[in-house]
Design a protein. Sequence first.
Length: 159
Amino acid sequence: MKHLIVALFLSLLFSAAPAFAEGPFAPDPKLTPGDILEVTKKDVCVVGYTKKVRNVPGSVRKEVFQRYGIPHPTKGAYEVDHLISLELGGSNSIKNLFPQAYQGLWNARVKDALENKLHKLVCTNKLSLTQAQDEIASDWIGAYKKYFKTGKPVTNKKR
């Protein structure tokens, strides 16, 4: 009987898991509308800029997961990501953070590729910093499709 109860509990537990098994891919705009620092293109295009501004304490990371209903994230399954990346002038505010999965089609590594591409476009004067911030904040997947000219990720490699 004890094994049956444990089996039932585990099946209920894992049947609830798929909501976040491969996501969230996009942040909830109510929880993560995006937030930026008062910076210029010149600021963000300096090599090493993000190392100077990266500062998300563990307590804030924990709060991000709790806000998204992931009280006990599997180690290595997510990163606490900046909606507007630091390299595009994004802030470390909780308004700019969400749990980004490493698994699934539209995962953290795919978003990283978009961040790098937008940063390069900004720093080569092919895109304004404001436009890059707006596009990634409003629909990062749509921005990926636009700038990579594809309907699905072309890069999914590990770091």
